[in-house]
Design a protein around this ligand. Sequence first.
Ligand code: S3P
Length: 425
Amino acid sequence: MTPRPLKGTLKVPGDKSISHRAIMFSALATGKSRIIGLLDSADCMATADCFRKMGVSIEGSSNTEIIVKGLGLHGLKAPSATLNTQNSGTTTRLISGILAAQPFHTMLTGDASIQKRPMKRIMEPLSQMGAHIISIKENGCAPLSIEGKPLTGITYHSPVASAQVKSCILLAGLYAKGQTIVTEPAISRDHTERMLNACGAPILTDENAKSVCVSTCDHLHPLDVTVPGDISSAAYFLAAASLIPGSEVTLQNVGINPTRDGFLRVAKAMGADIEMTNERTVSGEPVADLIVKPSVLTGTEIGGDLIPTLIDELPMIAVMAAFADGTTTIRDAAELRVKESDRINAIAEGLTAMGADVTELPDGLVIKGGQKLHTAKVKTYLDHRIAMSFAIAQTALGEAIDLDDRDCVRISYPGFYTDLTSLMK
Ligand code: S3P
C-alpha cells in the first residue's frame, strides 16, 4: 500500500519534563501558581497525585490548565500511604530529592518497569548528603524507604549525564546546608535550572564546567508558566512527514531548548527539510513553529555530547535510519537500556522483524538503511516511545504493523493516534 501523506497544522501537547517540574516546584512555592498547557498524561498525573497526597491543592478547569496552591518548601504533609509514581522515572527521582529533606518518612514505589530502573544513582548522592534512603528489596530499585533528615551540601560528579539525577540532587540542595554542586559528563536538559531560577532560587550554571550550583533556599516564588509543546512528541510527526512523499506539516509552539534539540540537528544532518519560524521565548524556554516537508534521508553518526540532547528521540531516529539510505551509527547511548524498557534491544528486535539490517552494540545501534521493509509483529515492552516510533514506521510503510500494545502511549501522549489520524489526508 502507498503511505498516506501527512498534511496540516498541529499543536503537540505540553512538554513532559517541564510539566513535571511545574507541578513539583509550584507545590513547593509559597502561594498560588498557574500552569497553562500542562501535559495531561499518565506520568504527569502521577506527579500531581503524589503531591495531592502530601496536602497540596491542585485544581483546574481541565488537566491542562491548573492552579497549584503551594505549601512552601517546609509545608508538605506526611502522606498517609505509599506514594506511587506509576511508570514515571522523572517523578520517582525528582521527588526523592525533595522527600530526603522532609521531616517525615515516606515509602515510594511504582509499576513493574519503575521497580527495575536504577535508583542507586540517586541513593548514593542523597546518602552522601545525609539522607536515609533504602531500597526495600536491596536491589538498588524501588520500592524506596525515605526518612527525611537535615542535609548537607556536597559536590557530586555524576558518572551519567542525567537530568533526573542532577535535578534530584539540586532539589535536595535547596534544603541542604551550604552549597550543592553537580557536575555531569555532558550537559543534560536544563529545565530544572531555568524554572528554579524563575522561582528565585539561588542557582547558577557553569556551562564550561558542565556544573550547576545551588545554595540553601528559604522560599520559592510561585510560578505563572505556559508549558511549550514537547519536542519529543513533535519528533514523531517530523519523522513521518520527512519520510512520506507529499507531506507538509506545521507543528506550532514546539520547545527548542538547546539541551533538547538534538533531534532537529540529527534530522537536518540526515537531510530533513525542517524550517524554523516564529522563534520566541515563552516562560523562560525557547519555542518555535516547525514546518517539515519530505526529503531523501541518509545515514549519520550520533554520539558523544549530542546523546543527552536527543536521548528520548533515539527510537524514532533509529526507525528513520532504517528507512534512510546508508548507515547510521548510534554510540554512547547505554542509558537507553535503562529507560521504560531496554530501548536498544526493543528497537533492534522490532526493526529486525521488519527486515532492517540492525546490529545491537552495548551502547547503541548500527542500522544499515535501504533494506526492503515489511510488516511484522513488534513488541513495545509497554514502552510509550517504542509504541509511537513503530506507529510512525507503520505510517511510513503504509501497512499495519502488529504492535502488542498501543495503549502505553498514554504515558506521554494520550492523543497520539487521534493527532496522527487528523493529519492523514
Ligand atoms: C528526563 C530526563 C531524561 C529523559 C526522561 C525525562 C527529565 O532521563 O530520558 O524522559 O525530565 O529529567 P535521564 O535523566 O535518566 O537521562
